[in-house]
Design a protein around this ligand. Structure first.
Ligand code: DHE
Length: 539
């Protein structure tokens, strides 16, 4: 690996972009361009660069790089250019540009930049903003509600966050977020601060007690997720572009980058996820393109990486290196796209992205023992889960894990002792999320990846019989992602539409209790469940 310590790096800051000034309405003064000869670069400069940045790295608008657009199909991109995006500053170019010009632009944004865009130490430092008074803000909530039963709701429709009182089910506060947040927000151990990660690489630290932004920084150009250490001191970002992981302190000062390279330095890898392994006092990273799992300890007393325990591949033999804030590699048979931990955090249960023969349905999962630092078993799961979607609970005296997957309408229930499949529970369709609570006998799952007849349904599974005992539906709509209240008595679900809602269900009778209008509420996160690592939710 190649590490860069920010303290010793060349840190001449790059000129800071003034995104406010750049945020001009690009169509306002745009003359009609000739339809005969669309020149994509010139068109982009004239119509798009003000919001999306000259280099397409994003400014006030999102980045327009192939890596950032993986989830947007080309015809949709063209439609977006033609019709604009409601509730954002993205205007409709249909009346301004010819069809050929719009097509030229739609093609351009999927072309890789040459040379590949860089996001170096100086860029990270220059992007950072920090409220210097934040240290003086009161250390108690400036609102009346149980701070432990607060829900942070990410509204993807118009890119806002709503804070919801989990006792009265009322919105306490609403504020704008960065574009396209992804993954669960992460919390400081006392639940005061929340850290959001955006697909465009922004990390935002927000003070929930004072309802104010503390700091923001752009960790990379295309980011997967962030993790916060259990002691609240560190924040780690997992990036696709550049291919690295970046460590920050709690005020989002960059501390160190980890270029995720193969032992011989020849191959580099995207980082597809990073998680905090609290009992191990470490971050564990999934590398998408390298058959290795990395663990980076934040325990100052971390054992040196002993010979025999882990190999330093640079030397072709095992050598000792300090363990603290340095990666230890676990060699694997094939790369893991993502994983979750068992209760002990001794094992990472992971999956590779389907490829080749796997697409026909072969077993995708691996169980990696993080102490022995090797794969110890295969995992009999039906398809790749949406990452971090599994839950664990007791079943007939055994500890089990259950997870949906993105391929089939099946929940796999796996024995966490011998890694065997106990049951596959058929659901209306493939799903993203599964949630429960230690105090509830039920687990709820969606079928969001299924057809219209499936994605409007949440299935409720009895954790003892492992049978679906009820379903709730919102006909014709998409219903997904639930989270329980702190006491497990209510379930909050997303009516996943632009004019959607947060629907509160009684967790025992499954009756609707209340509905709060929201703009495509993507995910919701209960502070207590998160910081106590409740067994029914993601950590
Ligand atoms: Fe997610 C969590 C990866 C597509 C909404 N998603 C995560 C996490 C990973 C991941 C690694 C865990 C991060 C964390 O919490 O720290 N997601 C992926 C993918 O690889 C995938 C399949 C494709 C991709 O291009 O990223 C993918 N995810 C989606 C979506 O399409 C969803 C439904 C809508 C969206 O906004 O992108 C989506 N992902 C979510 C949500 C979480 C999440 C809401 C947090 C769940 C939680 O309860 O913790």
């Amino acid at each position: 690996w190649v590490g860069v310590d920010f303290a010793s790096a060349q840190t001449a800051p790059a000129p800071q972009r003034d995104v406010q000034k750049e945020a001009l309405n690009p169509s306002a003064s745009a003359p009609l361009a000739s339809p005969e000869s669309p020149k994509p670069d010139a068109l982009f400069k004239q119509h798009c660069a003000a919001c999306h940045g000259e280099q397409r790295l994003g400014a006030m608008g999102p980045a327009l790089l192939p890596e950032s657009l993986e989830r947007l199909r080309r015809p949709e991109a063209l439609k977006l250019i033609r019709e604009g995006r409601p509730a954002t500053q993205m205007p409709a170019f249909g009346g301004t540009l010819s069809e050929a010009e719009m097509q030229a632009l739609a093609q351009l944004i999927y072309q890789p930049q040459t040379p590949a865009p860089q996001w170096a130490t100086a860029d990270i430092l220059a992007s950072r903003s920090f409220d210097a008074h934040s240290g003086d803000w009161p250390a108690r909530p400036q609102w009346r509600a149980d701070p432990m039963n607060l829900f942070v709701v990410v509204e993807g429709g118009d890119h806002h966050i709503s804070l919801v009182d989990g006792d009265r089910f009322e919105v306490i506060h609403r504020f704008p977020s960065r574009y396209a947040l992804h993954g669960g927000p992460k919390f400081s151990p006392d639940g005061r601060y929340v850290y959001f990660g955006s697909r465009d690489g922004w990390i935002s630290k927000y003070d929930l007690w004072n309802l104010k932004m503390v700091a923001e920084v752009r960790a990379g150009l295309n980011m997967r997720n962030v993790a916060v250490s259990s002691d609240g001191r560190w924040v780690m970002a997992a990036n696709y572009l550049p291919q690295n992981a970046v460590l920050f302190d709690a005020e989002l000062n960059p501390v160190k980058t980890f270029d995720t390279r193969s032992p011989d330095g020849k191959q580099s890898s995207r980082v597809s996820a990073v998680y905090d392994a609290a009992p191990r006092r470490s971050f564990v990273l999934a590398l998408k393109d390298l058959a290795e799992l990395w663990e980076i300890s934040y325990d100052p007393k971390a054992e040196p990486i002993h010979a025999g325990l882990v190999h330093d591949f640079r030397m072709g033999e095992a050598i000792a290196t300090p363990g603290y804030l340095n990666p230890r590699r676990t060699p694997l048979d094939e790369p893991l796209d993502d994983f979750f931990f068992d209760d002990s955090y001794r094992h990472a249960l992971g999956t590779a992205r389907p490829r080749g023969k796997d697409e026909a349905g072969a077993t995708l999962g691996q169980v990696v023992n993080l102490d022995a630092r090797r794969k110890v078993a295969s995992l009999p799961i039906a398809g790749m889960p949406h990452l971090g979607s599994g839950i664990s609970f007791d079943w007939q005296g055994r500890r089990v894990m259950a997870s949906p997957n993105l391929k089939d309408g099946l929940i796999s229930v796996i024995d966490l002792k011998n890694w065997t499949l106990i049951k596959e529970i058929a659901t209306p369709g493939p799903g993203f999320f599964m949630r429960s609570h230690a105090k509830s006998r039920y687990a709820w799952t969606d079928a969001m990846m299924g057809g219209p007849e499936a994605r409007d349904t949440l299935s409720i599974i009895d954790k003892q019989s492992l049978e679906i005992v009820a379903q709730v539906k919102q006909p014709g709509k998409t219903l997904a992602h639930v989270e329980f209240t702190k006491d497990g008595r209510y379930v909050l679900a997303s009516l996943w539409e632009m004019d959607g809602a947060l629907i509160v269900y009684d967790a025992t009778t499954f009756k609707e209790v209340k509905r709060l209008p929201m703009s495509k509420p993507v995910g919701k996160y209960n502070i207590w469940n998160k910081i106590s690592r409740e067994e029914g939710t993601s950590h």
